[in-house]
Structure formats: C-alpha cells, structure tokens
Design a protein around this ligand. Structure first.
Ligand code: PGA
Length: 256
C-alpha cells in the first residue's frame, strides 16, 4: 500500500473574524505535539479576511500547520469584483484551495466546468486543490451515489495529467452540517470507489498515491474510526473545526 500522509483540514466556512482566527489557531496549536504534525498534515481554511493574520501567526511561531483557502477565481487578475486570484493566495503562503465544495455548487451556482477551471488555475499556480465531490440524499436513495461522484471526478479532473497531485474530499451532501455521518464502512466504500475512478482516469499508480479525505459531520467521537479505514486519508472538517478542543482531538486521532 502506498504511504499516504493523511490531511486533516478545518474548513471554517463563513465563521470567525481575524482576531478570533488567531485565538483559535493558538489554542489548537497548544494541544498539538510535533508527533501530531508528523503523523498528519494539519491545515486550517479560514475566510479570506483572516488568511493574513493566520499566516503571520504560523510564520512567527513556526507552527507547522498549513493554510488553505475556501475559494479562488480562475483568472490571474482583472475586473472580477469580489474575487481573489490564486497568485494572491500564493503570496500568503496558502497551500490548499477548496474546489467544488457542495455549498459553492448549491448556493453559488458553481457547475463542474467552473470547478474544473478553478482547479486547473490552482494547479497552474503551484498550489494543491482539494476537489470536493459527493451525492445528495436524493441521489443516494435513487442508487446514483457512485455515478454522481464518478461524473464529478471526471469533469473536475478534466485535463489533469496526474490526479494524485490533487486531494479529493468525498463529502456526501446529506452528511454536511447535519450531524449525520456516513458509517465508517460506507465512507470507506465510497472513498475506495473514488480511488477506483482515479485509477480509470490516471492509472493504478496514481490511484495508490492520491489522498482521499472524508468529510461530513466529522467529530471527535467518530474521527479515529473513520481515519483508520483503508481508503480514508484524513478528514475535511467543518463545524468541529471552529472549536479548538474538538479540532485538536481530531488531529490527535492516532492517539486513541
Ligand atoms: P461539517 O462540514 O463537518 O460541518 O459537516 C464539512 C464540510 O462542509 O467540509
């Protein structure tokens, strides 16, 4: 089995101003040991307005936590009011950028084509996209979970030579922010399916290397179980990531 370092990333969504952001990162860091950072990559994904403050804190205190952004525009610059480019994020030492989060798809009208444009722009800028895929409850009940995820992967990764240079987050929409988590078995099966699809797209070697996170109501109580599974390489954490104690416990999952 390929040696895949899990990525535990906290997607703060539209929560916390820059001062609260600093406080949260400091509290999380207080609970973590060097071993935690060795076992997993640990990343926070604050709103744009807090990126600079968090970056300064991470650099100043030499904290090995990584920084992510929740969105970007695919153009390098121009008349795109309200948008932020990959180059701007790169200047703030951002490593990861979410692409295709279900909230962007559902609330901001982002279709697969836009997701793919953003993903390619992130890669062209030398950053790593976290491509989010996942089915709705309706689609799951209709037996379409796999076909939906496969088509989001195909479209999102269009034009990408090595899919292993992208992180995939499997996030069933019905589990996001609902307190309803996929069982570890279901989550592992779907993450395994993601890996099989990557194998079709980029070959077996790429599939063995690609990191597939699970996301959707990951909490201190279920994180260790989920992340112990064969195909689950970390977690994309929403609600629990803005609570320092909860997020720290999730980051220390290997201790339980
Ligand atoms: P949740 O969100 O952990 O609050 O369910 C996950 C996500 O949207 O990435």
């Amino acid at each position: 089995m390929a040696d895949r370092t899990p990525l535990i990333a906290g997607n703060w969504k539209m929560h916390l101003d820059h001062l609260e952001a600093i406080q949260l990162v400091q509290s999380v860091a207080y609970h973590l040991d060097p071993e935690d950072y060795e076992r997993s990559e640990i990343a926070v994904i604050p709103p744009f307005t807090a990126l600079r403050s968090v970056q300064t804190l991470l650099e100043g205190d030499k904290l090995p936590m990584l920084l992510g952004a929740q969105d970007c525009h695919w153009e390098e610059q121009g008349a795109f009011t309200g948008a932020v480019s990959v180059g701007m994020l790169k200047r703030l030492a951002v490593r990861y950028v979410l692409c295709g989060h279900s909230e962007r798809r559902a609330l901001f009208g982002e279709d697969d084509e836009i997701v793919n444009k953003k993903l390619r722009a992130v890669m062209a800028g030398g950053l790593t996209p976290i491509l989010c895929v996942g089915e709705t409850l309706e689609q799951r009940d209709a037996g379409d979970a796999e076909s939906v995820v496969a088509s989001q992967l195909r479209a999102g990764l269009d034009g990408v030579d090595d899919p292993a240079s992208v992180v995939i987050a499997y996030e069933p929409v019905w589990a996001i922010g609902t307190g309803r988590t996929a069982t570890p078995d279901d989550a592992d099966t779907m993450c395994g399916f993601v890996r099989d699809t990557i194998s079709d797209l980029g070959g077996a070697e790429s599939a063995a290397r690609v990191r597939v996170q699970y996301g959707g109501s990951v909490k201190p109580g279920n994180a260790a179980d989920l992340m112990a599974r064969e195909h689950i390489d970390g977690a994309l954490v929403g609600g629990a990531s803005i609570n320092a104690d909860d997020f720290a416990i999730i980051c220390r999952h290997h201790r339980s």
